[in-house]
Design a protein around this ligand. Structure first.
Ligand code: PMP
Length: 398
């Protein structure tokens, strides 16, 4: 153990679902676009602009092909998935209001979806928030019955950011198609980790973000289908006509180049990486379960991202647990700290997890640079801290 600690850098990063470190190859690809190729992609009359424009279009084509879009012009660059989610949902609401005022989403979506829906409710829209079962999955029959003549959009994420659970998007796409409704999918957590194919899943709009796939922060994309059917969106930013007149503003060329490189790497390495990460996740889970009893896993184990493990430890206090581990393990907790209180995760609540357990939940998220030494260390650390806390607990009996 001591030898291992010497060769390993602490704290260990196990929070890949919050953000990923940038792959060094991505940074390499970006650097020239900060230095010699600094042109504005909208400057069409000199080589500086043309070089920048070419780089943007190369990245756009790579991203389109990565998610199996038909046409690179279906990719609109944004600042990230929060913006993409806002853009998709508000853009549809504004454009198709005449057609209907009802949308369907899920209780466990990311806040950037839920907050827009709440905003639209204040503007007179009706939103159905589908529940999930204990596994974190929606019920397709419930989705079907929620569809009304007024429904214009279904927004369901591919993989959840807290529990990694993967929703049945192909079935949802089929249902949306049959009902003539648009389907928006937040694919931030899945793109680059597991296959994500907009055409196979019948998706009309999809949000992705570079910093969840080893690219830079502050760059994302919205896929907007152009044909069968053509999706029309209200513009997000009025300006100089960039991004098909939907989002004006000078493009962040280095970030876009980085996004393209991140996608190129994901395309070639994703399958192998997923296998390796799943192996590490399985090892972490089994070491924890070998060392401790009363460990609860949240969300389906089968329909889950390879890199996610979300578990609670009974008979301890979450705050103490985090105090004892957070100098060594960078993980995420099921309680989000607001300035005055510890808010228990609404995602775990939606699964029916009781509040005391939510406070002891830990999200481990593993990725490209996670090593088996780190996993051994993290598992041993968690086991010993939980054992220590339980020894002091009056409620815990072996
Ligand atoms: N959706 C999901 C599922 C996410 O996990 C995140 C990032 N936490 C977002 C949307 C927002 O992405 P961004 O950070 O690019 O704004």
């Amino acid at each position: 153990m001591t030898e291992m600690v010497k060769s390993m850098k602490l704290p260990i990063y196990l929070d890949y679902q919050a953000t990923t470190p940038m792959d060094p190859r991505v940074l390499e690809a970006m650097l020239p676009y900060y230095k010699e190729y600094f042109g504005n992609a909208a400057s069409r009359h000199h080589p500086f602009g043309l070089k920048a424009k070419q780089a943007v279009e190369d990245a756009r084509a790579k991203i389109a092909s990565f998610i199996n879009a038909e046409d690179p012009e279906e990719i609109i660059f944004t600042s990230g998935a929060t913006e993409s989610n806002n853009f998709a949902i508000r853009g549809i609401a504004e454009m198709y209001r005449e057609k209907g005022n009802h949308m369907i989403t899920v209780a466990t979506e990311h806040k950037s979806v839920l907050s827009v829906c709440q905003h639209l409710e204040e503007k007179g829209f009706k939103v159905t928030y589908l529940p999930v079962d204990r596994e974190g999955l929606i019920n397709l029959c419930e989705l079907k019955t929620a569809i009304t003549g007024n429904t214009i959009l279904i927004s369901v994420m591919h993989a959840n950011n807290e529990i990694g659970v993967i929703q049945p998007i192909a079935e949802i796409g089929e249902m949306a198609k049959a009902a003539g409704i648009f389907f928006h999918c937040d694919a931030v957590q899945s793109a680059g980790k597991i296959p994500f194919d907009v055409r196979a899943a019948g998706i009309h709009l999809a949000s992705i973000s570079a910093h969840k796939m080893y690219g830079p922060k502050g760059i994302g994309a919205l896929y907007v289908r152009k044909q069968n059917p053509r999706v029309r969106l209200a513009p997000l930013v009025y300006g100089g006509g960039q991004e098909m007149n939907l989002r004006g503003g000078t493009l962040n060329v280095p970030a876009i180049v980085g996004f393209g490189e991140a996608v190129r790497i994901a395309k070639t390495e994703m399958a192998e990486e997923a296998k390796r990460v799943l192996g590490l996740r399985t090892e972490l889970h089994s070491m924890i379960c070998k060392g401790l009893d009363c460990v609860d896993l949240h969300g389906s184990l089968e329909k889950r991202l390879p890199g996610n493990l979300n578990v609670s430890f009974e008979f301890i206090e979450g705050e103490l647990l985090f105090k004892l581990i957070n100098q060594e393990l960078a993980v995420s907790s099921g309680s989000a700290c607001s300035s005055t209180s510890l808010e228990p995760s609404y995602v775990l609540k939606a699964l029916g997890v009781r509040e005391s357990l939510i406070h002891t939940s830990v999200r481990f998220s593993l990725g490209r640079f996670t090593t088996s030494e780190e996993i051994d260390y993290a598992a041993n650390k968690i086991v010993s801290v939980v054992q220590e806390l339980r020894e002091k607990s009056p409620f815990y009996k072996k």
